[in-house]
Design a protein around this ligand. Sequence first.
Ligand SMILES: Cc1ncc(COP(=O)(O)O)c(C=O)c1O
Length: 417
Amino acid sequence: MIREPGRSVKPLAPRPGHLDNNSTKGEPEQAPSAGASAAPMSRPPSKLPEVGTTIFTVMSKLAADCGAINLSQGFPDFSAPAELLERVSHHLRAGHNQYAPMAGVAALREQLAEQIAFRLVEGEVTVTSGATEALFCAIQAFAHPGDEVMIFDPAYDAYEPAARLAGARAVHVPLTPPAFGIDWQRVRDSLTARTRVIVLNSPHNPTGAVLDAADLEALAAIVRDRPIVLVSDEVYEHIIFDGRRHESLLRHAELAERALVISSFGKTYHATGWKIGYCVAPAPLMGEFRKVHQFVQFCVVTPMQLALADFMDSTPEHYLDLPAFYQAKRDLFCELLAPSRFRFTPSPGTYFQLVDYGAISPEPDVDFARRLTRETGVAAIPISVFCQQPPTRRWLRFCFAKEARTLERAAQLLCRL
Ligand SMILES: Cc1ncc(COP(=O)(O)O)c(C=O)c1O
């Protein structure tokens, strides 16, 4: 790390019950004390003073440091399909290594439009640098200073900083345990004249909850006649279990007119490290989205886009088989964990399993997650870091996008607690 001469890096003070300066919720840096002898530095104030490193980085690093099994950060420990990798190599060697079109390569957008997005309009699909970039651009494009962006807790940690960097305020509405559904009356009560964006996430990280058709109707009734844009994070669109249907906002004609629907090839094709995602929206919304995207990222890595297009064309069964593929992993993990003292209901979607550890320890979840990593050798994600209000129960999230042998080893350790 290169430091500016004369500057020292001061550790931030930890806040009880929360993570230290490596967390998503560290403390703001302290101002120098009145008696300090060093000349005050003229540093601009932070735009995100209480934001530190994300919990995913913190827990993955701790897992690596401790040699623990990493069921914290959400990524598979198995490979992307061999044919997909072969297509990447083909396109790299074929010289497809220059800038892609700003909206994404045509072949990939066509595949998306046909297979996933139910639309085939040039101006309505944009390939992005992961769902993360799409979420950021969507929120920047529509949230103005002073606006309110509604998010549901526990909320994926990228939403609030994007709102705040746009000068907007995040309004947190808690989901209702144990099923973590949306309380639509509470949503109605939380709306103001400043509500500009509502961020939805189904299947939901970290709880696995999924929206159903009745939820979409309730949402439509609430936003009707209001100038609200919907940002729908559907990165786990193909990871949904027990015969449920993913209720994309794209399926609902009225909602689709005001929605930016965002997904991730990383989740669907077991390639989270590629950071390639996409956004689907009606042309007028997409026009605003692209104004931001072209200056945040402009375009996304060309050979990977071409490879994904080829693979989607040759192997459409890949995404169609995902529910069964991940349901088998969920069932295995739940079966292995059944004799443990963790309490849980099998996840309806995503590759995460929420568990209640209240019968094992009274510790706050952040402390318990750290101890579990260090002493038991299994890393998990604490849920409180995704919530404005502390959760009512003691929950952790495990990722089951892992080989059977990884899940077996982890469950063996967890069953000893
Ligand atoms: C709910 C949710 N949204 C967005 C993302 C980011 O996706 P990507 O890796 O494609 O940027 C993730 C990744 O974990 C996620 O869980």
